[in-house]
Design a protein around this ligand. Structure first.
Ligand SMILES: *Cc1c(COP(=O)(O)O)cnc(C)c1O
Length: 532
Protein backbone atom coordinates (compact mmCIF):
# COMPACT_ATOMS: atom_id res chain seq x y z
CA UNK A 1 0.00 0.00 0.00
CA UNK A 2 1.11 3.55 -0.70
CA UNK A 3 2.41 4.55 2.74
CA UNK A 4 2.30 8.25 2.06
CA UNK A 5 -1.33 8.23 0.92
CA UNK A 6 -2.23 6.19 3.95
CA UNK A 7 -0.45 8.69 6.18
CA UNK A 8 -2.33 11.61 4.63
CA UNK A 9 -5.60 9.81 5.10
CA UNK A 10 -4.94 9.18 8.76
CA UNK A 11 -3.80 12.74 9.40
CA UNK A 12 -6.85 14.26 7.73
CA UNK A 13 -9.42 12.12 9.43
CA UNK A 14 -7.89 11.00 12.73
CA UNK A 15 -5.61 13.82 13.93
CA UNK A 16 -7.19 16.83 15.63
CA UNK A 17 -7.17 19.26 12.70
CA UNK A 18 -7.90 22.20 14.91
CA UNK A 19 -7.86 25.09 12.40
CA UNK A 20 -9.67 23.07 9.73
CA UNK A 21 -12.33 21.88 12.17
CA UNK A 22 -12.94 25.29 13.73
CA UNK A 23 -13.09 26.97 10.34
CA UNK A 24 -15.82 24.64 9.16
CA UNK A 25 -17.63 25.00 12.43
CA UNK A 26 -17.52 28.79 12.08
CA UNK A 27 -19.02 28.47 8.61
CA UNK A 28 -21.82 26.22 9.84
CA UNK A 29 -22.53 28.63 12.67
CA UNK A 30 -22.79 31.49 10.17
CA UNK A 31 -25.25 29.42 8.17
CA UNK A 32 -27.51 28.76 11.14
CA UNK A 33 -27.37 32.42 12.08
CA UNK A 34 -28.48 33.31 8.56
CA UNK A 35 -31.57 31.18 9.09
CA UNK A 36 -32.95 33.73 11.52
CA UNK A 37 -33.35 36.19 8.64
CA UNK A 38 -35.92 33.95 6.97
CA UNK A 39 -39.34 32.74 8.03
CA UNK A 40 -39.96 29.09 8.96
CA UNK A 41 -41.89 28.62 5.71
CA UNK A 42 -38.94 29.34 3.45
CA UNK A 43 -36.97 26.20 4.28
CA UNK A 44 -35.74 24.31 1.20
CA UNK A 45 -38.18 21.61 0.03
CA UNK A 46 -37.34 17.90 0.09
CA UNK A 47 -36.14 15.81 -2.84
CA UNK A 48 -36.92 12.25 -1.80
CA UNK A 49 -36.87 10.92 -5.39
CA UNK A 50 -33.18 11.65 -5.77
CA UNK A 51 -32.39 10.55 -2.23
CA UNK A 52 -33.51 7.07 -3.23
CA UNK A 53 -32.28 7.07 -6.81
CA UNK A 54 -28.80 8.44 -6.17
CA UNK A 55 -27.12 6.87 -3.18
CA UNK A 56 -23.72 8.44 -2.92
CA UNK A 57 -20.15 7.49 -2.06
CA UNK A 58 -17.12 9.37 -3.33
CA UNK A 59 -14.38 7.43 -4.97
CA UNK A 60 -11.16 9.01 -3.72
CA UNK A 61 -10.28 10.14 -0.19
CA UNK A 62 -11.03 13.82 0.27
CA UNK A 63 -10.87 16.17 3.24
CA UNK A 64 -13.06 17.66 5.93
CA UNK A 65 -14.55 20.18 3.52
CA UNK A 66 -15.93 17.28 1.52
CA UNK A 67 -17.71 16.18 4.66
CA UNK A 68 -19.13 19.71 4.95
CA UNK A 69 -20.14 19.89 1.31
CA UNK A 70 -22.03 16.62 1.13
CA UNK A 71 -24.16 17.35 4.19
CA UNK A 72 -24.63 21.05 3.56
CA UNK A 73 -27.83 21.02 1.44
CA UNK A 74 -29.56 18.89 4.05
CA UNK A 75 -28.23 21.01 6.88
CA UNK A 76 -29.41 24.17 5.11
CA UNK A 77 -32.74 22.55 4.31
CA UNK A 78 -33.45 21.74 7.96
CA UNK A 79 -35.28 24.14 10.24
CA UNK A 80 -33.68 24.55 13.67
CA UNK A 81 -36.98 25.78 15.16
CA UNK A 82 -35.16 28.78 16.53
CA UNK A 83 -37.80 31.03 15.02
CA UNK A 84 -40.15 32.35 17.75
CA UNK A 85 -43.15 31.87 15.43
CA UNK A 86 -42.85 28.08 15.76
CA UNK A 87 -45.59 27.07 18.21
CA UNK A 88 -46.82 23.82 16.66
CA UNK A 89 -45.72 21.26 19.19
CA UNK A 90 -43.62 20.29 22.22
CA UNK A 91 -40.40 21.18 20.51
CA UNK A 92 -38.36 24.21 21.45
CA UNK A 93 -35.11 25.66 20.24
CA UNK A 94 -32.17 23.90 21.87
CA UNK A 95 -30.16 26.10 24.24
CA UNK A 96 -26.52 27.00 23.71
CA UNK A 97 -25.28 25.56 27.01
CA UNK A 98 -26.58 22.22 25.80
CA UNK A 99 -24.71 22.78 22.54
CA UNK A 100 -21.43 23.25 24.41
CA UNK A 101 -22.10 20.17 26.53
CA UNK A 102 -22.98 18.03 23.56
CA UNK A 103 -20.02 19.16 21.46
CA UNK A 104 -17.70 18.39 24.36
CA UNK A 105 -19.25 14.95 24.57
CA UNK A 106 -18.76 14.33 20.85
CA UNK A 107 -15.08 15.22 21.13
CA UNK A 108 -14.55 12.39 23.64
CA UNK A 109 -17.29 10.08 22.38
CA UNK A 110 -17.73 8.08 25.58
CA UNK A 111 -19.80 4.91 25.65
CA UNK A 112 -21.92 4.70 28.81
CA UNK A 113 -22.29 0.93 28.69
CA UNK A 114 -19.62 0.42 31.35
CA UNK A 115 -17.23 2.44 33.48
CA UNK A 116 -14.30 1.27 31.41
CA UNK A 117 -15.65 2.78 28.19
CA UNK A 118 -16.76 6.04 29.71
CA UNK A 119 -14.71 6.83 32.83
CA UNK A 120 -15.88 10.13 34.28
CA UNK A 121 -18.71 10.45 31.78
CA UNK A 122 -20.41 7.61 33.59
CA UNK A 123 -19.98 9.62 36.78
CA UNK A 124 -21.58 12.56 34.97
CA UNK A 125 -24.59 10.39 34.18
CA UNK A 126 -24.98 9.57 37.88
CA UNK A 127 -24.70 13.27 38.70
CA UNK A 128 -27.24 14.28 36.05
CA UNK A 129 -29.70 11.58 37.09
CA UNK A 130 -29.38 12.44 40.78
CA UNK A 131 -29.86 16.14 40.05
CA UNK A 132 -33.00 15.48 38.02
CA UNK A 133 -34.26 13.01 40.65
CA UNK A 134 -33.91 15.64 43.35
CA UNK A 135 -35.90 18.12 41.31
CA UNK A 136 -38.64 15.57 40.63
CA UNK A 137 -38.93 13.62 43.86
CA UNK A 138 -37.77 16.54 45.98
CA UNK A 139 -36.56 14.48 48.93
CA UNK A 140 -35.27 11.14 47.84
CA UNK A 141 -32.60 8.93 49.35
CA UNK A 142 -31.47 6.47 46.79
CA UNK A 143 -32.62 7.32 43.26
CA UNK A 144 -31.03 5.87 40.16
CA UNK A 145 -31.59 5.89 36.46
CA UNK A 146 -30.21 6.02 32.96
CA UNK A 147 -30.37 8.18 29.88
CA UNK A 148 -32.23 6.71 26.92
CA UNK A 149 -32.85 7.74 23.35
CA UNK A 150 -36.32 9.07 24.06
CA UNK A 151 -39.42 9.23 26.18
CA UNK A 152 -40.78 6.14 24.49
CA UNK A 153 -37.85 4.06 25.74
CA UNK A 154 -38.00 5.63 29.19
CA UNK A 155 -41.68 4.63 29.38
CA UNK A 156 -40.68 1.14 28.28
CA UNK A 157 -38.34 0.81 31.27
CA UNK A 158 -41.14 1.73 33.66
CA UNK A 159 -43.51 -0.78 32.08
CA UNK A 160 -40.85 -3.51 32.07
CA UNK A 161 -40.24 -3.13 35.80
CA UNK A 162 -43.99 -3.47 36.32
CA UNK A 163 -44.15 -6.68 34.30
CA UNK A 164 -41.31 -8.18 36.37
CA UNK A 165 -43.02 -7.09 39.59
CA UNK A 166 -46.28 -8.85 38.84
CA UNK A 167 -44.89 -11.79 36.86
CA UNK A 168 -41.37 -12.48 38.21
CA UNK A 169 -39.01 -14.22 35.83
CA UNK A 170 -40.49 -12.79 32.64
CA UNK A 171 -37.03 -11.66 31.52
CA UNK A 172 -36.05 -15.35 31.23
CA UNK A 173 -39.29 -17.20 30.74
CA UNK A 174 -41.49 -14.72 28.89
CA UNK A 175 -45.16 -14.04 29.60
CA UNK A 176 -46.07 -17.76 29.68
CA UNK A 177 -49.56 -17.19 28.35
CA UNK A 178 -50.51 -14.87 31.22
CA UNK A 179 -52.81 -11.98 30.43
CA UNK A 180 -51.06 -8.86 31.65
CA UNK A 181 -52.37 -5.34 31.26
CA UNK A 182 -50.99 -1.84 31.51
CA UNK A 183 -53.11 1.21 32.25
CA UNK A 184 -52.84 4.81 31.12
CA UNK A 185 -55.30 7.59 30.33
CA UNK A 186 -57.05 8.40 27.11
CA UNK A 187 -54.99 11.59 26.92
CA UNK A 188 -51.67 9.76 27.31
CA UNK A 189 -49.00 9.68 24.65
CA UNK A 190 -49.19 7.03 21.92
CA UNK A 191 -45.79 5.73 23.03
CA UNK A 192 -47.74 3.75 25.63
CA UNK A 193 -49.14 1.76 22.71
CA UNK A 194 -45.65 1.27 21.29
CA UNK A 195 -44.44 0.02 24.67
CA UNK A 196 -47.32 -2.43 25.19
CA UNK A 197 -46.80 -3.78 21.70
CA UNK A 198 -43.02 -4.14 21.93
CA UNK A 199 -43.04 -5.65 25.42
CA UNK A 200 -45.32 -8.43 24.23
CA UNK A 201 -48.19 -7.30 26.45
CA UNK A 202 -50.08 -6.39 23.29
CA UNK A 203 -51.65 -3.06 22.43
CA UNK A 204 -55.07 -4.62 23.06
CA UNK A 205 -54.05 -5.08 26.67
CA UNK A 206 -53.24 -1.43 27.19
CA UNK A 207 -56.27 0.01 28.92
CA UNK A 208 -56.93 3.68 28.34
CA UNK A 209 -59.05 5.24 31.07
CA UNK A 210 -61.22 8.19 29.98
CA UNK A 211 -60.32 11.62 31.31
CA UNK A 212 -62.09 14.47 33.03
CA UNK A 213 -62.48 17.77 31.21
CA UNK A 214 -59.18 18.92 32.75
CA UNK A 215 -57.44 15.97 31.01
CA UNK A 216 -56.76 14.03 34.20
CA UNK A 217 -57.51 10.31 34.36
CA UNK A 218 -60.93 9.64 35.88
CA UNK A 219 -60.28 8.09 39.29
CA UNK A 220 -63.76 6.60 39.58
CA UNK A 221 -63.25 4.70 36.33
CA UNK A 222 -59.73 3.61 37.31
CA UNK A 223 -61.14 2.33 40.60
CA UNK A 224 -63.87 0.35 38.84
CA UNK A 225 -61.48 -0.99 36.21
CA UNK A 226 -59.04 -2.27 38.85
CA UNK A 227 -61.88 -4.10 40.61
CA UNK A 228 -62.96 -5.62 37.33
CA UNK A 229 -59.44 -6.75 36.39
CA UNK A 230 -58.47 -8.09 39.80
CA UNK A 231 -61.78 -9.92 40.18
CA UNK A 232 -60.99 -11.69 36.91
CA UNK A 233 -57.45 -12.55 38.17
CA UNK A 234 -55.84 -10.41 35.51
CA UNK A 235 -52.41 -9.02 36.38
CA UNK A 236 -51.97 -5.24 36.25
CA UNK A 237 -48.30 -4.56 35.55
CA UNK A 238 -48.26 -0.79 35.62
CA UNK A 239 -50.22 2.39 35.69
CA UNK A 240 -48.64 5.15 33.65
CA UNK A 241 -49.79 8.57 34.84
CA UNK A 242 -49.12 11.47 32.49
CA UNK A 243 -47.61 14.64 33.92
CA UNK A 244 -48.23 17.16 31.18
CA UNK A 245 -50.10 15.61 28.24
CA UNK A 246 -48.61 16.27 24.82
CA UNK A 247 -51.51 18.32 23.46
CA UNK A 248 -53.21 20.02 26.38
CA UNK A 249 -50.69 19.78 29.27
CA UNK A 250 -53.10 17.86 31.51
CA UNK A 251 -51.96 16.24 34.75
CA UNK A 252 -53.04 12.92 36.20
CA UNK A 253 -53.48 12.75 39.97
CA UNK A 254 -50.44 10.65 40.85
CA UNK A 255 -51.00 10.85 44.60
CA UNK A 256 -54.58 9.59 44.35
CA UNK A 257 -53.42 6.81 42.02
CA UNK A 258 -50.75 5.83 44.55
CA UNK A 259 -53.31 5.44 47.33
CA UNK A 260 -55.81 3.65 45.09
CA UNK A 261 -53.23 1.09 43.92
CA UNK A 262 -52.23 0.34 47.51
CA UNK A 263 -55.82 -0.08 48.56
CA UNK A 264 -56.62 -2.49 45.71
CA UNK A 265 -53.40 -4.49 46.07
CA UNK A 266 -54.23 -5.06 49.74
CA UNK A 267 -57.86 -5.89 49.02
CA UNK A 268 -57.02 -8.51 46.38
CA UNK A 269 -53.64 -9.62 47.84
CA UNK A 270 -51.77 -8.93 44.62
CA UNK A 271 -48.34 -7.34 44.04
CA UNK A 272 -48.37 -3.57 43.60
CA UNK A 273 -48.18 -2.48 39.96
CA UNK A 274 -45.42 -0.07 38.95
CA UNK A 275 -46.61 3.52 39.29
CA UNK A 276 -44.84 5.27 36.44
CA UNK A 277 -45.11 8.98 35.68
CA UNK A 278 -44.70 9.98 32.07
CA UNK A 279 -43.40 13.48 32.72
CA UNK A 280 -41.74 13.72 29.28
CA UNK A 281 -43.30 17.12 28.74
CA UNK A 282 -44.18 18.45 32.19
CA UNK A 283 -41.15 17.51 34.33
CA UNK A 284 -39.41 20.85 33.82
CA UNK A 285 -42.10 22.56 35.88
CA UNK A 286 -40.51 20.90 38.92
CA UNK A 287 -37.91 23.65 38.75
CA UNK A 288 -40.62 25.98 40.02
CA UNK A 289 -41.17 23.89 43.17
CA UNK A 290 -39.00 26.04 45.38
CA UNK A 291 -39.93 29.41 43.96
CA UNK A 292 -40.88 31.62 46.86
CA UNK A 293 -44.24 33.07 45.88
CA UNK A 294 -44.32 35.20 49.04
CA UNK A 295 -41.08 37.14 48.63
CA UNK A 296 -41.44 36.79 44.83
CA UNK A 297 -37.81 37.63 43.96
CA UNK A 298 -38.52 37.64 40.19
CA UNK A 299 -41.36 40.16 40.65
CA UNK A 300 -43.94 38.06 38.88
CA UNK A 301 -47.39 39.57 38.35
CA UNK A 302 -50.19 38.26 40.61
CA UNK A 303 -51.75 36.17 37.84
CA UNK A 304 -48.41 34.48 37.16
CA UNK A 305 -47.88 33.80 40.86
CA UNK A 306 -51.26 32.12 40.84
CA UNK A 307 -50.18 29.86 37.95
CA UNK A 308 -46.88 29.06 39.66
CA UNK A 309 -48.77 28.04 42.79
CA UNK A 310 -51.02 25.75 40.74
CA UNK A 311 -47.93 24.17 39.22
CA UNK A 312 -46.32 23.76 42.63
CA UNK A 313 -49.31 21.83 43.83
CA UNK A 314 -49.18 19.54 40.75
CA UNK A 315 -45.45 18.97 41.31
CA UNK A 316 -46.16 17.35 44.68
CA UNK A 317 -47.74 14.41 42.85
CA UNK A 318 -44.43 13.38 41.28
CA UNK A 319 -43.10 12.32 44.69
CA UNK A 320 -45.53 9.41 44.68
CA UNK A 321 -44.24 7.86 41.47
CA UNK A 322 -41.99 4.79 41.50
CA UNK A 323 -40.36 5.91 38.27
CA UNK A 324 -40.43 8.87 35.93
CA UNK A 325 -39.79 9.70 32.28
CA UNK A 326 -38.06 13.00 31.63
CA UNK A 327 -37.46 14.39 28.15
CA UNK A 328 -34.81 17.02 28.50
CA UNK A 329 -35.11 17.58 24.75
CA UNK A 330 -38.61 19.00 25.18
CA UNK A 331 -39.20 21.64 27.86
CA UNK A 332 -35.54 21.37 28.93
CA UNK A 333 -34.63 22.89 25.59
CA UNK A 334 -31.82 20.35 25.24
CA UNK A 335 -30.65 18.63 22.09
CA UNK A 336 -31.86 15.19 21.04
CA UNK A 337 -31.49 12.66 22.46
CA UNK A 338 -31.60 13.50 26.12
CA UNK A 339 -34.31 11.53 27.82
CA UNK A 340 -33.93 10.07 31.28
CA UNK A 341 -35.59 7.18 33.05
CA UNK A 342 -35.38 7.58 36.83
CA UNK A 343 -36.44 5.29 39.67
CA UNK A 344 -37.18 6.69 43.10
CA UNK A 345 -35.62 3.67 44.83
CA UNK A 346 -32.54 2.14 43.35
CA UNK A 347 -33.49 -1.35 44.55
CA UNK A 348 -36.19 -1.39 41.85
CA UNK A 349 -33.44 -1.82 39.29
CA UNK A 350 -33.14 -5.43 40.35
CA UNK A 351 -36.18 -6.09 38.20
CA UNK A 352 -34.15 -5.18 35.13
CA UNK A 353 -30.90 -6.86 36.09
CA UNK A 354 -29.34 -9.63 34.14
CA UNK A 355 -26.34 -11.40 35.56
CA UNK A 356 -22.78 -10.89 34.40
CA UNK A 357 -22.96 -14.24 32.65
CA UNK A 358 -25.66 -12.84 30.38
CA UNK A 359 -23.29 -10.12 29.19
CA UNK A 360 -20.06 -12.11 28.85
CA UNK A 361 -17.93 -9.59 27.08
CA UNK A 362 -18.22 -7.24 30.01
CA UNK A 363 -16.79 -9.84 32.34
CA UNK A 364 -15.35 -7.10 34.53
CA UNK A 365 -18.72 -5.39 34.81
CA UNK A 366 -19.83 -4.30 38.23
CA UNK A 367 -23.55 -3.90 38.65
CA UNK A 368 -23.22 -0.82 40.81
CA UNK A 369 -21.28 1.10 38.17
CA UNK A 370 -21.93 -0.59 34.87
CA UNK A 371 -25.37 0.22 33.49
CA UNK A 372 -25.02 -2.34 30.68
CA UNK A 373 -26.15 -4.97 33.17
CA UNK A 374 -29.67 -3.59 33.18
CA UNK A 375 -30.07 -1.27 30.19
CA UNK A 376 -31.98 -2.12 27.05
CA UNK A 377 -29.12 -0.82 24.96
CA UNK A 378 -25.50 -1.92 24.99
CA UNK A 379 -23.57 1.04 23.54
CA UNK A 380 -25.10 4.23 24.85
CA UNK A 381 -24.19 7.87 24.09
CA UNK A 382 -23.39 10.32 26.89
CA UNK A 383 -25.01 13.22 25.07
CA UNK A 384 -27.92 13.42 27.52
CA UNK A 385 -25.85 13.84 30.69
CA UNK A 386 -23.62 16.45 29.04
CA UNK A 387 -26.61 18.39 27.77
CA UNK A 388 -28.38 18.26 31.13
CA UNK A 389 -25.52 19.22 33.41
CA UNK A 390 -24.30 21.97 31.08
CA UNK A 391 -27.81 23.42 30.70
CA UNK A 392 -28.88 23.16 34.34
CA UNK A 393 -25.74 24.80 35.66
CA UNK A 394 -25.15 27.44 33.02
CA UNK A 395 -28.75 28.67 33.08
CA UNK A 396 -29.18 28.10 36.81
CA UNK A 397 -32.33 27.38 38.77
CA UNK A 398 -33.38 31.03 38.68
CA UNK A 399 -32.79 31.20 34.94
CA UNK A 400 -34.96 28.11 34.50
CA UNK A 401 -37.67 29.61 36.64
CA UNK A 402 -37.71 32.65 34.36
CA UNK A 403 -37.96 30.49 31.24
CA UNK A 404 -40.72 28.31 32.65
CA UNK A 405 -42.71 31.19 34.08
CA UNK A 406 -42.52 32.89 30.72
CA UNK A 407 -44.02 29.82 29.03
CA UNK A 408 -46.88 29.81 31.54
CA UNK A 409 -47.39 33.53 31.06
CA UNK A 410 -47.61 33.40 27.26
CA UNK A 411 -49.97 30.41 27.26
CA UNK A 412 -52.16 32.19 29.78
CA UNK A 413 -52.19 35.36 27.72
CA UNK A 414 -53.41 33.46 24.67
CA UNK A 415 -56.08 31.70 26.74
CA UNK A 416 -57.28 35.07 28.03
CA UNK A 417 -57.37 36.62 24.56
CA UNK A 418 -59.25 33.69 23.04
CA UNK A 419 -61.82 33.47 25.79
CA UNK A 420 -63.00 36.96 24.84
CA UNK A 421 -64.15 35.65 21.45
CA UNK A 422 -67.61 34.04 21.49
CA UNK A 423 -66.84 31.76 18.58
CA UNK A 424 -63.66 30.43 20.27
CA UNK A 425 -63.46 28.03 23.19
CA UNK A 426 -60.31 27.36 25.20
CA UNK A 427 -60.42 23.63 25.86
CA UNK A 428 -57.60 23.23 28.38
CA UNK A 429 -58.34 26.27 30.55
CA UNK A 430 -57.78 24.23 33.72
CA UNK A 431 -54.36 22.84 32.82
CA UNK A 432 -51.64 25.22 34.00
CA UNK A 433 -48.90 24.68 31.46
CA UNK A 434 -47.19 25.82 28.31
CA UNK A 435 -49.84 24.87 25.78
CA UNK A 436 -53.21 26.07 24.62
CA UNK A 437 -55.86 23.94 22.89
CA UNK A 438 -58.89 25.68 21.49
CA UNK A 439 -61.75 25.72 19.05
CA UNK A 440 -62.39 28.30 16.41
CA UNK A 441 -65.91 28.15 14.96
CA UNK A 442 -67.45 30.48 12.37
CA UNK A 443 -68.38 33.92 13.69
CA UNK A 444 -71.90 33.96 15.04
CA UNK A 445 -71.64 30.60 16.75
CA UNK A 446 -71.39 30.38 20.51
CA UNK A 447 -68.50 28.00 21.08
CA UNK A 448 -69.03 27.73 24.86
CA UNK A 449 -72.62 26.75 24.35
CA UNK A 450 -71.87 24.19 21.64
CA UNK A 451 -69.12 22.68 23.77
CA UNK A 452 -71.41 22.44 26.78
CA UNK A 453 -74.05 20.71 24.68
CA UNK A 454 -71.45 18.27 23.41
CA UNK A 455 -70.40 17.48 26.97
CA UNK A 456 -74.05 16.99 27.97
CA UNK A 457 -74.55 14.72 24.97
CA UNK A 458 -77.17 17.07 23.59
CA UNK A 459 -75.68 17.45 20.11
CA UNK A 460 -77.25 15.34 17.41
CA UNK A 461 -74.93 13.32 15.21
CA UNK A 462 -75.72 15.79 12.45
CA UNK A 463 -74.71 18.76 14.60
CA UNK A 464 -71.46 17.06 15.54
CA UNK A 465 -70.74 16.46 11.86
CA UNK A 466 -71.40 20.12 11.18
CA UNK A 467 -69.53 21.80 14.03
CA UNK A 468 -66.43 19.68 14.53
CA UNK A 469 -65.14 19.81 10.92
CA UNK A 470 -65.52 23.60 11.05
CA UNK A 471 -62.65 23.68 13.54
CA UNK A 472 -60.36 22.09 10.96
CA UNK A 473 -61.68 24.10 8.03
CA UNK A 474 -60.93 27.38 9.73
CA UNK A 475 -57.48 26.14 10.71
CA UNK A 476 -56.76 25.33 7.06
CA UNK A 477 -58.12 28.71 6.06
CA UNK A 478 -55.76 30.52 8.40
CA UNK A 479 -52.86 28.47 7.06
CA UNK A 480 -53.68 29.63 3.56
CA UNK A 481 -54.06 33.26 4.55
CA UNK A 482 -51.20 33.59 6.99
CA UNK A 483 -48.20 35.82 6.51
CA UNK A 484 -45.24 33.58 7.44
CA UNK A 485 -43.24 36.57 8.68
CA UNK A 486 -45.94 37.70 11.06
CA UNK A 487 -48.26 34.83 11.90
CA UNK A 488 -47.21 32.05 14.25
CA UNK A 489 -47.32 28.48 13.02
CA UNK A 490 -49.85 26.55 15.04
CA UNK A 491 -50.50 22.87 15.56
CA UNK A 492 -53.67 20.86 15.18
CA UNK A 493 -54.78 17.76 17.03
CA UNK A 494 -57.67 15.51 16.00
CA UNK A 495 -58.31 14.60 19.64
CA UNK A 496 -56.94 16.72 22.47
CA UNK A 497 -57.50 14.02 25.07
CA UNK A 498 -60.92 14.62 26.61
CA UNK A 499 -63.50 12.46 24.86
CA UNK A 500 -66.95 12.88 26.44
CA UNK A 501 -69.26 10.07 25.25
CA UNK A 502 -66.34 8.73 23.22
CA UNK A 503 -66.31 11.74 20.90
CA UNK A 504 -62.85 12.81 19.69
CA UNK A 505 -62.55 16.56 20.03
CA UNK A 506 -60.30 18.32 17.50
CA UNK A 507 -58.39 21.41 18.53
CA UNK A 508 -56.04 24.12 17.44
CA UNK A 509 -52.83 23.97 19.42
CA UNK A 510 -50.03 26.34 20.42
CA UNK A 511 -47.07 25.42 22.63
CA UNK A 512 -44.92 28.11 24.18
CA UNK A 513 -41.44 26.62 24.44
CA UNK A 514 -39.60 29.34 22.52
CA UNK A 515 -38.19 31.98 24.89
CA UNK A 516 -38.17 34.57 22.11
CA UNK A 517 -41.91 34.49 21.45
CA UNK A 518 -43.39 37.88 22.33
CA UNK A 519 -46.72 39.23 23.57
CA UNK A 520 -47.22 40.87 20.18
CA UNK A 521 -46.96 37.46 18.49
CA UNK A 522 -49.55 36.02 20.87
CA UNK A 523 -51.92 38.93 20.30
CA UNK A 524 -51.45 38.56 16.57
CA UNK A 525 -52.78 34.97 16.83
CA UNK A 526 -56.05 36.28 18.23
CA UNK A 527 -56.12 39.06 15.61
CA UNK A 528 -55.52 36.61 12.79
CA UNK A 529 -58.48 34.55 14.02
CA UNK A 530 -60.68 37.64 14.07
CA UNK A 531 -59.68 38.33 10.47
CA UNK A 532 -60.75 34.89 9.23
C1 LIG B 1 -42.98 13.14 23.45
C2 LIG B 1 -43.63 12.30 24.44
C3 LIG B 1 -43.25 10.96 24.62
C4 LIG B 1 -42.28 10.29 23.69
O1 LIG B 1 -41.02 10.85 23.84
P1 LIG B 1 -39.93 10.74 22.70
O2 LIG B 1 -38.75 11.39 23.31
O3 LIG B 1 -40.48 11.49 21.51
O4 LIG B 1 -39.75 9.28 22.42
C5 LIG B 1 -43.82 10.25 25.64
N1 LIG B 1 -44.74 10.81 26.44
C6 LIG B 1 -45.15 12.08 26.30
C7 LIG B 1 -46.17 12.64 27.25
C8 LIG B 1 -44.61 12.86 25.28
O5 LIG B 1 -45.04 14.12 25.10
Amino acid sequence: MDRQKYQELVETFFEWQQPAISQIFTELLAAVAAESASSPASIMSQNYETARANPEIHNLPGNLKDARDVIFPYFWGTDSWNNPLHLENVRGPANNASLIGMLACLLKNPNLCTDRYSQRSNELEVKAITTLANLIFYHTNDPWGVFTIGGTISNLYGAKIGVEKVLPGTMREGLRGERIVGICSQASHYSNQTVAGWLGIGTQNLIEIPTNADLSMRMDLLDAKLDELYSAQIKVAYVCCTFGTTDGFGFDDIEATYHLLREKAAKYSVPLPQLHADAAVGWALSMLTEYNTQSNPLQMEPRLIDLVQQVQSKNKGLRFADSVTIDFHKMGRGHYPSSAFIVNRREDLKYLARTVSDTPYFSDANASRDPALFTLECSRPALGPYSVIASLNAIGLTGWQMLLARSLELADRLKARLSKLDYCKVLNADAPGASVNWWVLPKGRNADDIFQRLVNNELTREQQMRYLPEVRRLFDKRNKMMDPNLDARLGFTTSFGYCPHGIDIPAWKAVFFNPKTTEAMVDRIADSIEEL
